[in-house]
Design a protein around this ligand. Structure first.
Ligand SMILES: CC1(C)CN=C(N2CCN(c3ncnc4sc(C(F)(F)C(F)(F)F)cc34)CC2)S1
Length: 518
């Protein structure tokens, strides 16, 4: 019969106008079930239209016509308290098919009219020049200057109605554009803070297609090898999430942003995102996507879906995937999990997650474009851990973590990972601002706990540096040797060096002060 050239089948069109989360889920399920691959432009326009209608032209009315979730933060636990929304009818905007179709047709026309594929031969695979051309078409149709970090700039709806995209949105638009042109070898590659594309025979080629961060010259058209060689976290040692069409759909769903204001989310958008993520989870398209699993876990923590697994299991799953599929080179699965434990006052578990996060960063060299993960560790070290020390500090109970040698070991492993991250980097990580909370935190632990710590040389020492033997009479303890009541813990060597450096830092700082007083 006639090939259905329409984006949607008659049956799918009958779901419009979209008025409820359920109708959007049914549409996605129908599209994901097809034999043909999903159309990124169409799906991005649909979810972008719903998100932007529900969050951008939103007035917070008293006796709210719209249903919003206003959260306040409970001072003691920093756990966001959800104030029950003033709930009226489900205030979903009526998304009409003709609006969506018009934007979809417009995107295809922009791409097809701007890229003359015959100019690139008629290759089976995309070329670097073609990918660069598609990136230029998107790039040159963006508004000249706008606030790039603003919310709701990630979808093709934002691009087609406002000519604005954030850095992820540009990458997604380029892949969607290549799909329009029939180059299905062009795939999205995602690190934890940057996106690029792979293409060509066996996806062996890579190309930058968007910018990153502030004040960095964009490298569009270039391969990403340099970033991988530099061992910067931004390129996750060459272990990005390589998307299939379906994982690209997962990334556009994961990048849905329910925020109306800094403290208020749209319940409908959050509910739609959560339901769509479960659809993608059940069809197996989140299995190699740790951040989407973490995203879903955060949503489940706020609003658990009856009959679904506990959010803690999703955080653990994300970590398992990062270890099994990405060489444990991702940090966010651990900080997702650490944040969950922290919000739920499970401080010993949080310290372990943060120590594991530091283990993941340890083998990188800190580069200037790694600010996002630097800020993540800075907040943990200088805000979250000091808060834990404060609330645990008063607890004189024997069970206080300040008397728990494993907690102390997690803490030292956390700092040791950051120290080793700095070693060999051109850009320093630690500065005096880190030292005060560090010294304060370490000194909070009971001297009995600290006394039992054995610093062991986990690295093969250089020929000329003397290897400090553990103090006489103190055997080296390894976890498997610990008997029930022993509270010996073994720590990696690099920390000892860093410890001296911190002391020098602190001493020199103190030295300065006395110098000043002279
Ligand atoms: C533990 C956290 C601080 C909580 N949220 C985190 N997110 C929020 C969601 N997020 C993400 N969630 C799903 N997928 C992606 S792809 C991506 C990116 F590659 F960096 C891109 F595309 F450049 F923006 C980011 C990101 C970034 C990390 S990490």
């Amino acid at each position: 019969g006639k090939r259905n050239m329409d984006a949607l089948s008659e049956e799918e069109k009958r779901l419009f106008p979209l008025k409820t989360v359920t109708s959007v889920v049914s549409l996605f399920e129908s599209i994901l079930k097809r034999t043909t691959e999903p159309d990124l432009a169409l799906l991005s326009i649909i979810v972008g239209c719903i998100e932007n209608t529900l969050t951008c032209n939103q007035q917070i009315l008293s006796g709210a016509k719209s249903t919003v979730l206003t959260t306040t933060v409970d001072e003691t636990s920093e756990k966001p308290l959800a104030i029950p929304p003033v709930r009226k009818e489900d205030d979903f905007p009526e998304i009409e098919w003709p609006i969506v179709e018009a934007l979809y047709v417009k995107f295809r026309a922009v791409i097809k009219s701007s890229v003359d594929v015959t100019q690139y031969g008629c290759p089976e695979f995309a070329t670097r020049e073609l990918v660069k051309r598609v990136s230029d078409v998107i790039w040159n149709t963006l508004t000249r200057s706008y606030y790039k970090d603003r919310a709701h700039l990630q979808s093709l709806y934002s691009y087609l109605t406002g000519n604005k995209l954030d850095c992820f949105g540009v990458a997604l638009a380029v892949v969607a554009g290549c799909q329009v042109l029939g180059f299905n070898d062009v795939r999205l590659a995602l690190s934890e803070d940057h996106a690029w594309v792979i293409f060509g025979l066996e996806g062996k080629e890579t190309a930058e297609v968007t910018w990153h961060g502030k004040g960095n010259e964009d490298k569009r058209g270039q391969p990403v090898d340099a970033g991988i060689q530099a061992r910067s976290w931004l390129y996750v040692s060459g272990n990005p999430v390589i998307c299939s069409r379906f994982t690209e759909v997962a990334s556009l769903v994961s990048s849905i942003n329910p925020s109306i204001t800094a403290t208020t989310d749209s319940l409908e958008v959050a509910s739609m995102q959560q339901s769509l993520l479960w659809v993608l989870y059940d069809t197996g398209h989140l299995t190699r996507y740790p951040m989407a699993l973490g995203n879903l876990a955060d949503l489940e923590e706020l609003s658990p879906t009856p009959g679904r697994c506990h959010c803690g299991q999703l955080f653990s799953q994300a970590i398992e995937v990062a270890r099994r599929c990405y060489g444990n080179s991702h940090v966010y699965p651990y900080t997702y999990q650490g944040g969950y434990f922290y919000r739920n006052r499970m401080y010993k578990e949080a310290l372990e997650s943060w120590a594991n996060a530091a283990d993941a960063i340890r083998s990188y060299n800190y580069s200037r474009e790694d600010e996002e993960i630097y800020k993540e560790f800075l907040e943990i070290a200088n805000e979250l851990i000091p808060f834990v020390m404060k609330v645990e500090g008063s607890g004189h109970s024997a069970r206080s973590i300040l008397k728990d040698s494993e907690c102390f070991a997690h803490l030292l492993r956390f700092y040791d990972g950051i120290c080793q991250w700095e070693e060999g980097s051109c850009t320093p990580v630690l500065h005096i601002g880190w030292a005060k909370p560090l010294v304060n935190t370490i000194s909070k632990f009971d001297s009995q706990v600290r006394r039992h710590v054995v610093i062991s040389c986990s690295e093969v020492a250089e020929e000329d540096t003397p290897v400090t033997k553990p103090p006489e009479g103190k055997a080296e303890f390894h976890r498997e040797n610990l008997d029930a009541n022993a509270n010996q813990v073994v720590l990696p060597w690099p920390l000892a060096k860093e410890q001296e450096k911190e002391e020098r830092l602190v001493d020199s700082h103190v030295g300065d002060k006395t110098a000043d007083q002279k």
